[in-house]
Design a protein around this ligand. Structure first.
Ligand SMILES: Cc1cc2nc3c(=O)[nH]c(=O)nc-3n(C[C@H](O)[C@H](O)[C@H](O)COP(=O)(O)OP(=O)(O)OC[C@H]3O[C@@H](n4cnc5c(N)ncnc54)[C@H](O)[C@@H]3O)c2cc1C
Ligand code: SF4
Ligand code: SF4
Ligand code: SF4
Length: 457
């Protein structure tokens, strides 16, 4: 936890819920304006989705290289008080003056003593026994772990569900003996923290990926070499579970021909996701570019419904994909994927618009560009905050055109991918916008109540 408030200029504080790139931007902007920010992040680390991506379009910069300095700045900013592994449990009051109760889950590690050295993880009796969700479940971790190499804060966490001691089963606890800082503490309990000076709340809880198992025609979960785009991001990432090596799961060979299927679970009424995710046409092109950079002889085929490349320089990006990287774009929504039981290669069946015939393409590896859905647990959070979500679970805004960051409750703002699928650029812009709007709400509320901020005195 960062120390509170050396340069605080205002009486009222702002709470930011969610420490992804959007929440981080909002927190930094407010902190630099002299506000005390209370950040609440549900996971043991801040960073959100961007922290586990490999590169980011449209620049193809290394994602964590851009984000890590911001994560560290946020955590160390004297005006930002970061609570990881914590959730908002109660919100009372009104715009300009909320009382918020936060529940901090036990890490079973003393935050002030842990240096993140990793010694406990090396010796854990259950080392490597559990899938690590920050590696899209392709990497393994023990019962005591750190989500990923660049996690902020660099503090270990013991999983309550997995640890033998916490499950009241036998363990010789080598972790405790290995820790020279005596930081492990299996007696920790959840802690309630109350904040009573919150003037505005920014919700930036982001997105998750849709699980395509129920769309059985694509073979996800049935066929060995079908992965989601998030799984692919971890495979091709140098700090991911395979050290950046994309390999097939049956023979560990690297693929020479890859397919990508777009709009999986998006723009699809069968799963009640009629919306476009606006990002996946671009990230599939990025993924195919990265494959070519790793393996110059690889062939990539992207099966798309429509090419949604609407941002600045996006069309040029797709053109570069086609001309410089040799990516083949096929306009078709494949109806079925089948697998050769011996080679584990995949056949993508589709209607060829040019010939009017059904064709198939054989690939060695298939990536599904899956829909974005709101972060799990969003309904509970909406209830706690007293705000509305739309029929798909994204937070509703008061008015799409005039108040694009205000939720349906005054004083609570919604920004980033929790209100709409969006890319990093838009999430950062919304974070900055929400910071300004929060400052405005506090100023208006204090004028109304006759209070003045220290800055105005
Ligand atoms: C496979 C894939 C590839 C992508 N590639 C690109 C790309 O190349 N370029 C690009 O611009 N964009 C890309 N994106 C989109 C990018 O990931 C998002 O735009 C960005 O992460 C949105 O940021 P955010 O802060 O709004 O949400 P997130 O990054 O999702 O962060 C939300 C944070 O809120 C936390 N949280 C959730 N619920 C709660 C709660 N109840 N209480 C407290 N905290 C909570 C989460 O743990 C998380 O830390 C990609 C996305 C995916 C899935
Ligand atoms: S708990 Fe101890 S051994 Fe484990 S990472 Fe922290 S300081 Fe290192
Ligand atoms: S008590 Fe045992 S299972 Fe739990 S973290 Fe330590 S070594 Fe691992
Ligand atoms: S961005 Fe492209 S792939 Fe994603 S849902 Fe929209 S059209 Fe489909």
């Amino acid at each position: 936890m960062a120390t509170a408030g050396a340069n605080v200029l205002h009486d009222k504080e702002v709470m930011v819920i969610g420490g992804g790139v959007c929440g981080i931007q909002a927190a930094l902007d407010l902190a630099d304006k002299g506000f005390q920010v209370r950040m609440v992040e549900r996971e043991p680390t801040i960073g959100g989705r961007m922290a586990i991506l490999d590169k980011v379009f449209p620049t193809n910069d290394c994602s964590i290289c851009i984000l890590a300095p911001k994560m560290i700045m946020c955590y160390n900013h004297p005006n930002i008080d970061v609570h990881t592994y914590a959730e908002v449990k109660k919100v009372e009051g009104k715009a300009g003056n909320f009382n918020v109760t936060v529940l901090k889950k036990p890490r079973y590690v003393k935050e002030e003593d842990c240096t993140g050295c990793g010694d406990c993880m090396e010796v854990c009796t259950l080392k490597g026994q559990f899938p690590n969700k920050w590696d899209a479940n392709l990497g393994r971790r023990g019962a005591v772990y750190m989500p990923f190499l660049q996690a902020v804060p660099r503090i270990a966490v013991v999983s309550e569900e997995d640890c033998l001691t916490l499950r009241k089963e036998k363990c010789k606890m080598p972790c405790v003996r290995a820790c020279q800082r005596k930081a492990l503490d299996f007696k920790q309990k959840p802690v309630e923290i109350k904040f009573d000076r919150i003037g505005a709340i920014i919700v930036a809880t982001g997105l998750e990926e849709y699980d395509p198992s129920e769309l059985s025609e694509y073979g996800y979960g049935r066929f060995t070499n079908v992965v989601t785009a998030m799984e692919y991001e971890r495979l091709i990432n140098a700090s991911g579970p395979t050290g950046g090596h994309v390999h097939r799961f049956n023979d560990h060979e690297r693929p020479r021909r890859m397919g990508f299927i777009q709009c999986v679970g998006a723009r699809d009424l069968r799963v009640d996701h009629p919306y476009c995710c606006s990002v996946c046409c671009m990230y599939a092109t990025k993924d195919a570019m990265l494959a070519r950079e790793h393996y110059p002889d690889i062939e990539s085929y992207i099966f798309y419904t429509d090419m949604r490349a609407f941002g600045k320089g996006f069309d040029e990006y797709i053109r570069r994909g086609r001309e410089e990287y040799g990516i083949k774009y096929i306009r078709a929504k494949p109806g079925e994927v089948t697998e050769d039981p011996e080679t584990k290669n995949l056949f993508i069946w589709y209607d060829d618009l040019e010939s009017g015939r059904t064709r198939s393409l054989e690939v060695e590896f298939l990536v599904l560009s899956t829909a974005f859905v709101p972060y799990s647990g969003v309904e509970n959070l909406a209830k706690t905050l007293g705000v509305e979500v739309d029929q798909y679970g994204f937070f509703k805004v008061k008015d799409q055109l005039l108040w694009p960051l205000d939720s349906t409750r005054e004083g609570i703002l919604v920004a980033g991918a929790c209100q709409n699928p969006m890319d990093v650029t838009d999430a950062v812009q919304q974070g900055g916008g929400a910071a300004n709007r929060a400052a405005e709400i506090i100023a208006l509320a204090s004028e109304g109540s006759g209070e003045k901020s220290k800055a105005k005195r």
